[in-house]
Design a protein around this ligand. Structure first.
Ligand code: IPE
Ligand code: IPE
Ligand code: MG
Length: 254
């Protein structure tokens, strides 16, 4: 299945976004406020992930994309990085069976080459096991960066064009590049949610967020729950997505 860019073809207006992309932020601050180690925030954050996955699947969201570890998060203290890796590994081990039972397809995108071989193997197995599921696609962005994605797509395109002997002066179209992006299987996100109070993209889906509605939530990620998801979706339902057109055109006028 392939999708055209939502910046080119306007998605049908509907209260439920087809694709929600989330920066789950604020685990550390949530813990620090409670005089707990940051690790406690990350553990609690896994529970909020579970609730969000279930809430989205129940509402008929087709794609949910979560930013779990950025290419810049390696800059954190080694101890925190290794805890995040262990949490990721154990969540994979624990949750895949339930995801599979719920008809959810799992994809992990990012530069996976930096992960230890055992984790890479588990990722490949989890993806293969859930590959036939169609209810919702859950994408976890791990060691992901928007710039990394655009660069890896560019390099893939260059290799392909060299192999096919495409003349260097033949222009590159948007589609030529976007089909090499790691989320090429999904439509562009309709709704972006960031918890934790910061209003920035932090090198998440730079290409794909071109026309996404941006929602910022003050709560820390461990506090995110079904009610907060509902509030974000309600807010989304009230947006008028114009994609460059006028308001009159958007409402069906000429
Ligand atoms: C988000 O919470 C989780 C990851 C980035 C892995 P943070 O760990 O960034 O929490 P804060 O922003 O420091 O509170
Ligand atoms: C963004 O959160 C990345 C993830 C949630 C994985 P950060 O906490 O790393 O973002 P900054 O550093 O505040 O921009
Ligand atoms: Mg943060």
């Amino acid at each position: 299945m392939s999708f055209t860019s939502s910046t080119q073809s306007v998605p049908a207006a509907g209260a439920i976004p087809r694709h929600i992309a989330v920066i789950l932020d604020g685990n550390g601050r949530w813990a620090t406020r409670r005089h707990l180690p940051r690790a406690a925030g990350h553990r609690k954050g896994v529970e909020a992930v579970r609730a969000t996955v279930e809430g989205c699947a129940r509402r008929g969201v087709e794609f949910l994309t979560l930013f779990a570890f950025s290419s810049e998060n390696w800059r954190r203290p080694a101890e925190e990085v290794s805890l995040l890796m262990r949490l990721f590994l154990s969540a994979l081990q624990r949750e895949v069976t339930q995801l599979h039972r719920n008809g959810i397809r799992l994809r992990i995108v990012g530069d996976l080459s930096r992960f230890e071989p055992r984790l890479q193997k588990m990722i490949a197995d989890a993806e293969a096991r859930t590959a036939g599921n169609t209810r919702m696609t859950l994408t976890i962005c791990a060691n992901y960066g928007g710039r990394w994605d655009i660069m890896q797509a560019t390099n893939a395109l260059l290799r392909q064009r060299a192999a096919q002997g495409v003349p260097l002066d033949q222009p590159v179209a948007e589609d030529d590049l976007s089909r090499h992006l790691s989320l090429a299987y999904a439509p562009e996100p309709d709704l972006f949610i960031r918890t934790g109070g910061e209003q920035r993209i932090s090198n998440f889906l730079l290409w794909q967020l071109a026309y996404t509605e941006l929602y910022f939530c003050e709560c820390f990620w461990p506090e995110f729950n079904d009610q907060r998801l509902e509030e974000a979706i309600q807010w989304y339902g009230q947006r008028e997505r114009r994609f460059g057109r006028t308001s009159v055109q958007t409402r069906g006028g000429s």
